[in-house]
Design a protein around this ligand. Structure first.
Ligand code: GLU
Ligand code: MG
Length: 433
């Protein structure tokens, strides 16, 4: 047997694709990578190929990063993969590499805010072949039914160098939630990819199947991805908290939050990028339906999280804001890049956040919503893409080639499910995520 390492990228479709090479060639591959094709970026989550400006032309390299290595031991077999960067043959970052897109957003944050980002992705998923576990929302029996899978998953996350935080039986049927500790910069998005891949692998080895599809049943709850963010200044101290700020936010956090909320309708197509994502983003599902700031409000798209620490230094370290309008159809790098750019825009423009909400916004009229600075978020992927396309500021955060490629990509995905009803769409997405 030859040990193989899978060099991987998480692409515009949020899929993890790449090529494997013999492990004893690692030194060479760390320098030269494996060959990659520009048009691969247009492979949708359903394996159709969207219109590509690159056609059959061009060559790229996918270079594995030794700092993003996973080796998960399944007792008898090991799954090895390394996330990497897509570069041109000259070694320059490729414009559509999702890690490069995130890196440039993080550099902007450093430039305009003088801070680096700490982020933790909180994930919900569902097991699909385990039989229906009824009446077990947050239940112990529901947890025990999958204790083996949960323990194996947490071990694999630790092996990958991540910090397992907690795991539980979530509210929905066969739904679980896994939480890891925060990571710095690009590593936070890498970690999200690792969580998803290791969950799927662990379930597969247990004879089950895990899906991160945004929603499995239009009448039930969705699988959210909640992105927790905090900021570190040059000295490595938390720059997120100010006891005298709005909901405890520092000036920087408040402006960042205001930017995210101001541009949320135009970045939604990047953070909730599937057709069925919009079945989840409806009121009363504890997801996100408005561009509101939540204080102790899980119906908010951006939530100021509670802090349990008591001393000022620990409070400052724990304090974070949570972006809830994301799901796992989104590449974590791309989703985080969009949120960070929106936050940077808020910092640059010196925006102030709206008042936090603690009420049911679905009861307000459109006029009342508008008067208070809130909008109902786009209700379809088409509408979200139209907002993205129409927003020059948002498109301008990305290289020129990004918007036309992304829009064509998503049109091909939409075409794939166009004739299906909502249930069939959920089923199709559950097969790919
Ligand atoms: N399932 C909800 C979502 O789609 C989140 C529930 C929770 O607050 O954990 O985002
Ligand atoms: Mg949850």
């Amino acid at each position: 047997m030859t040990d193989l390492i899978f060099a991987a990228t998480c692409d515009l479709a949020g899929k993890v694709r790449g090529k494997a090479f013999p492990a004893d060639q690692l030194d060479k591959r760390l320098k030269r990578g494996v060959g990659w094709t520009p048009t691969n970026v247009q492979i949708t989550c359903f394996d159709s190929i969207a219109e590509s400006p690159f056609a059959a032309l061009g060559d790229l390299l996918l270079v594995p990063d030794s700092g993003a290595t996973v080796a998960a031991d399944f007792g008898g077999s090991t799954e090895r993969f390394m996330l990497g960067d897509i570069v041109t043959l000259d070694g320059a970052p490729w414009e559509l590499c999702t890690r490069a897109l995130l890196r440039s957003a993080l550099e902007r944050l450093q430039r305009v805010g003088g801070v680096s980002l700490l982020a933790a992705f909180e994930h919900e998923f569902q097991l699909t072949s385990g039989g229906s576990l009824l009446n077990e929302a947050y239940g112990r029996a529901g947890f025990e039914a999958q204790r083996g899978l949960c323990e194996a998953l947490m071990a694999h996350l630790a092996q990958a160098g991540l910090s397992p935080d907690s795991i539980m039986k979530e509210y929905g049927p066969n739904q679980y939630e896994v939480v890891i500790g925060p990571e710095k910069g690009v590593r936070a998005a890498d970690a999200a990819v690792m969580v998803r891949e290791l969950t799927r692998a662990t379930a597969r080895h247990a004879g089950d199947r895990a899906t991160y599809a945004p929603i499995l049943d239009p009448a039930s709850v969705g699988n959210g991805v909640h992105i927790h963010m905090s900021f570190l200044d040059a000295a490595g101290e938390s720059a997120t908290y100010d006891p005298d700020g709005v909901c405890g936010m520092s000036e920087l956090t408040a402006a960042f939050s205001a930017g995210v909320l101001r541009y949320l309708d135009s970045i939604l197509a990047l953070t909730a990028p599937s057709v069925v994502s919009y079945l989840r983003l409806t009121p009363h599902r504890w997801s996100a339906a408005y561009n509101n700031l939540g204080f102790r409000d899980r119906e908010a798209s951006l939530r100021v999280c509670p802090v349990t620490a008591k001393d000022p230094a620990s409070i400052a370290r724990q304090f974070n804001i949570e972006y809830r309008a994301a799901d796992a159809a989104a590449c974590p790098h791309l989703a985080l890049a969009a949120v960070v750019h929106a936050g940077c825009q808020g910092i640059e423009q010196g925006l102030r956040p709206p008042d936090p909400t603690e009420e049911d916004l679905s009861l307000l009229s459109a006029a009342d919503l508008e008067a208070r600075g809130f909008v109902r978020l786009p209700e379809t992927l088409e509408a979200a893409l139209a907002r993205f396309e129409a927003n020059d500021t948002v498109r301008g955060w990305f290289p020129d080639v990004f918007a036309p490629v992304y829009l064509a990509h998503k049109q091909a995905e939409i075409a794939h499910v166009a004739e299906m009803d909502a249930a069939a769409r959920c089923a199709a997405y559950s097969q790919t995520y």
